[in-house]
Each structure stands twice: as structure tokens, then as C-alpha cells.
Design a protein around this ligand. Structure first.
Ligand SMILES: *Cc1c(COP(=O)(O)O)cnc(C)c1O
Length: 251
């Protein structure tokens, strides 16, 4: 959405759902195979309420600290997903706040999650983040490193490995993302065969490229700006501690 978009939230949501449905149709998929995750990062509890009242049931946050301030202050009901990178020392807090973790990206994080989940009785659903584009600035496992982490996750009875997640490199041209999404699907198909398992979830596609992602098999699309509008451009100062919380308060 651009900032001049005057449609209200339910209309924007409806337009996005229609685009998802059209992409499903082009790809010969059923519309109910794709769920929209509303990404509320940098927005406050009012946006959470707006999304919930418009019928969005899954919300995504990319930072644990921000979510720890926001979720308790928000309407209850949404299923919260952590879509951003998780540091090991925040595993416990993340498990207390989130149902699904999309960006699990190391053997050590899997070990930590399994241990802490066992301690506190959590049963998290996880996705492994795969860096299929090879962009060095990105988090995520390489396709070469991932199988041993798949194995490790499968060996932890408290974790449910549901699938894979990726971020396409930023580009104004959505088609640029297509090979990245296709490669994530290929990884999924390969590891399903290799391990004899089912990995039903593919978390891929954001505001700029969700239709391409749906055509390539996404089951979760993560939509922020197209729903909520532009995020504030404020950048935290280096070294300050509560930056993550301040970031979403500053609108
Ligand atoms: C912010 C974010 C999104 C949503 O991005 P938009 O382009 O605003 O839709 C999706 N996934 C992750 C991991 C994000 O951090």
C-alpha cells in the first residue's frame, strides 16, 4: 500500500485476499491452502485490534522484546508467530509468547529450544529458515547445512517441525523472487523424501512478492506494509538497550 491509500483496513485486507485467491487459481491451488499472517511489527495494540476485528487470526512479530511489550497489552485471541531471527538467550521468552517460530536457523538454537521447551512444558511448532539466495547479509541455513538440523529437530520430541521459511532478496521486481521461492519448495520436497516426513508449511512472500510466492507454493504469506501502511523509518542508536521496545512506540 502507498501512504495515499485511502481504503480502510477491511478493504485493504479484502483486496489482498482477492489477490491471493487469484494467485491460487493461476497455480491450480485451493484458496484455503494459503493463510495470511498480519505483520504488526512497529505498530501498537491498536493495529492488533484492527487486524483481529477484520478477521485476521495469525499475527507475526520479528522481535521478541517488542512482542513482549505488545502482546500482553493487546486483544487476546490472535495466534502469535515469531517471524524474525531468534537469539538463543531469548528462547525462553520466545516460547512463552509465540506458538510458531519461523526462523530457526542453527543446530544450537534447536538444542536450546528443545531444552527450554522441555523445562517449561512448551510444545513449539517450528520452521527452519533457509537462505536459498546465498545473500551473505541474510540469516538462515544454507541448503547444504540444513539436513543435519532437520535431523536434530526431528529427534527432539518436544519440537514439531512443520516446514521451511525464506526471505527473498529485496527487489522492486516481484518476479526476481520466483527462483528463490521455487528453490525453497524444492528443498522441502527433497527433505520430505530424504527423511520420509511431511513438511506441510512454506512461509514465504511479503507485501511486494506474495502473489509469486503463492504461485510457487507458499502456505503462509507474511504481510506488513500492504495491510498496515508504511513503517516508521526511525532507527535505534547503537548500544541502547531498550531500542526494540522504543522502536514500535515511536510512530
Ligand atoms: C517485516 C517482515 C515481513 C513483512 O514485510 P512487508 O514487506 O511489510 O510485508 C515479513 N517477514 C519478515 C521476516 C519481516 O521481518
Amino acid at each position: 500500500m502507498n501512504l495515499q491509500d485511502e481504503r480502510d483496513f477491511p478493504q485493504r485486507l479484502e483486496a489482498i485476499q482477492a489477490r491471493i485467491a487469484a494467485a491460487c487459481k493461476r497455480a491450480g491451488r485451493r484458496t484455503d491452502e494459503v493463510e495470511l499472517i498480519g505483520v504488526t511489527k512497529t505498530f501498537g495494540p491498536d493495529a492488533v485490534r484492527e487486524a483481529w476485528e477484520a478477521g485476521i487470526r495469525i499475527l507475526g512479530e520479528n522481535r521478541v522484546q517488542e512482542a513482549a511489550a505488545k502482546i500482553p497489552a493487546s486483544v487476546s485471541g490472535p495466534e502469535w508467530h515469531l517471524i524474525g531471527h531468534l537469539q538463543r538467550n531469548k528462547a525462553r521468552q520466545a516460547l512463552e509468547l509465540f506458538t510458531v517460530l519461523h526462523a530457526v536457523d542453527s543446530l544450537k538454537l534447536v538444542e536450546q529450544l528443545a531444552r527450554v521447551a522441555g523445562e517449561i512444558g512448551a510444545r513449539p511448532r517450528i520452521l527452519l529458515e533457509i537462505n536459498v539466495s546465498g545473500e551473505v547479509s541474510k540469516f538462515g541455513l544454507t541448503p547444504e547445512a540444513a539436513p543435519s538440523v532437520v535431523e536434530q529437530a526431528l529427534a527432539a520430541p518436544v519440537l514439531t517441525l512443520e516446514g521451511l521459511m525464506t526471505m527473498a532478496p529485496f527487489s522492486p521486481e516481484a518476479e526476481q523472487a520466483r527462483p528463490v521461492f521455487a528453490r525453497l519448495r524444492d528443498c522441502r520436497d527433497r527433505w520430505e523424501r530424504q527423511f520420509g516426513i511431511s513438511l506441510p508449511r512454506l512461509s514465504m512472500g511479503m507485501s511486494g512478492d506474495f502473489e509469486v510466492a503463492v504461485e510457487e507454493g507458499a502456505t503462509w504469506v507474511r504481510i506488513g506494509t500492504a495491510l498496515f501502511g508504511g513503517r516508521p523509518r526511525w532507527k535505534p542508536e547503537r548500544g541502547s538497550e531498550d531500542v526494540e521496545e522504543r522502536e514500535w512506540r515511536l510512530e
